[in-house]
Write a protein that binds this ligand. Structure first.
Ligand code: ARG
Length: 462
């Protein structure tokens, strides 16, 4: 009989072309799901036996065989072959070869369509947890650095132009906030997809007396999907996960961009450790920030994964279509890339040295306390617009005469506005400028220390 070896071979007269076997196979990447496939099958077999759909002994026999397959797969004893098509088929073939006819009962009241949705959800549940802990690890590294650098002042930039002085700690904690939102997004994504798909079967459910509550309980799903068609058609959660991953990559990439720039000779704000940089094959003096550049580059891969999944889904008719097999490679790639990048970035930032004297000098340039002069005049009673205009003129005067704000005398200031008094000199000091921004979300030492306390209290409470 042609295709007798295929579990679905009954209605076929000719064997599958070798080229088609190769073309349709997903085993070379979905083998990664084997432990979840087996976990799901064990729960399914137990439910079938409890419901009397298969005999208790049959259930026990299937479960024991599945456990032994898991052990063998963990030890690399089972070869994966293209003729098995996918991970479900490999495991089912192994099961049947170990248990004979009984093994053929496992796939009762189930389809590969609900099975694959289950496998991917079980896989992603555990990967999301790993990503969340990697994010939390990076956050605590940032808090550590923020505490060490609490007295370091740097120039804050807008439009890549010096804008106002800020604490380096404030800068570092800005990324803490971004990663906090990333954690929230990952949690939220997981909560939304943490819904049992098994029981939807091919698309319409099953006429056999299944109990989905049992399976959900066994597999630790707090909810059960409510529409069998949606269940096998839905890949929203993959798109959502890759989007959340893309934002993580974007945050890392922006951080890396600053580090790359800051480690240039022109900036000299940071020195990335030798262990996280590489040399040039021709220029002996070079120390390149390749790790940071590669993280920036790898954000493009994850965006590509997002586009792949969005495009994959847009034209699909209800319900399952084989196109959906193409969801796994982008998903796996996003998972691996985001985990790798979080890990290596955390190591790299831990070893990065900040050059605080250089940052301080840079913060003094570019009239970074001009806004402080304007706000000084506001405190003297001037409307902000008027104050802005006066300080604009002071800056133009300085530019023309090659002076900085602190090189002007009180008399110079008074030429522009009579109300200036001696305390203006104090008001344009960097420390004063930073510490006067003392409100929730501001860059003063008190505000930043307060935020650190708040962060430590909340994470301690978890
Ligand atoms: N390998 C398939 C996938 O990844 C499993 C489901 C196949 N279902 C089917 N009816 N051909 O989506």
């Amino acid at each position: 009989m042609a295709n007798a070896k295929k579990v679905w071979g009954g209605r076929f007269q000719k064997p599958t072309a070798k080229s088609v076997e190769k073309f349709t196979a997903s085993i070379h990447y979905d083998k990664r799901l084997y432990q979840y496939d087996i976990e799901g099958s064990i729960a399914h077999a137990a439910m079938l036996a409890n419901q009397g759909i298969i005999a208790q002994e049959e259930g026990a026999k299937i479960i024991a065989a599945l456990e032994s397959i898991l052990k063998d797969m963990n030890q690399g004893k089972i070869a994966f072959s293209t003729s098995d098509e996918d991970i479900h088929m490999t495991i089912e073939r192994e099961l049947i070869s170990r248990t004979g006819e009984t093994g053929g009962k496992l796939h009762t009241a189930r389809s590969r369509n609900d099975q694959i949705a289950l496998d991917v959800k079980l896989f992603l549940r555990s990967e999301v947890d790993k990503i969340i802990s990697a994010l939390a690890g990076l956050q605590s590294q940032l808090v550590k650095l923020a505490k060490n650098e609490i007295s370091t002042i740097m120039p804050g930039y807008t439009h890549m132009q010096k804008a106002q002085p800020v604490l380096l700690s404030h800068y570092l904690l800005a990324f803490w906030e971004m990663f906090a939102r990333d954690i929230e997004r990952m949690r939220d994504c997981k909560n939304r997809f943490n819904v049992l798909p098994l029981g939807a079967a091919a698309l319409a459910g099953t006429s056999l007396p299944i109990d989905r509550r049992q399976t959900a309980k066994k597999l630790n799903f707090p909810r059960i999907s409510k529409n069998s068609m949606d269940t096998v058609a839905d890949r929203d959660f993959i798109a959502e996960f890759i989007f959340a991953s893309s934002l993580i990559m974007m945050h890392l990439s922006r951080f890396c961009e600053d580090l790359i720039l800051w480690s240039s000779d022109e900036f000299g704000f940071v020195e990335i450790s030798d262990a996280y940089t590489t040399g040039s094959s021709i220029m002996p003096q070079k120390k390149n920030p390749d790790v940071a550049e590669l993280i920036r580059g790898k954000s493009a891969r994850v965006y590509g994964d997002l586009f792949a999944i969005m495009t994959l889904l847009k034209g699909l008719p209800m319900t399952y279509n084989r196109d959906l097999q193409e969801d796994k490679e982008p998903l796996f790639d996003a998972v691996d890339t985001v985990k790798d990048c979080l890990t290596i970035f955390t190591e790299m930032i831990r070893e990065t040295k900040f050059n605080s004297p250089r940052m301080y000098v840079a913060a003094q340039g570019g009239f970074s306390t001009a806004t402080d002069v304007a706000e000084y005049l506001v405190r003297k009673g001037l409307p902000f617009r008027k104050a802005h205009e006066i300080v604009g003129k002071i800056v133009a005067y300085c530019l023309k005469n090659k002076k900085s704000l602190d090189q002007l005398s009180l008399k110079d200031y008074q030429k522009f506005y009579k109300g200036f008094s001696a305390d203006i000199k104090e008001n344009i000091k960097l420390e004063k400028a930073v510490n006067s921004r003392n409100h929730i979300g501001g860059t003063s030492t008190t505000a930043v220390k307060g935020r650190i306390k708040e962060i430590e209290k909340n994470s301690g409470g978890k």
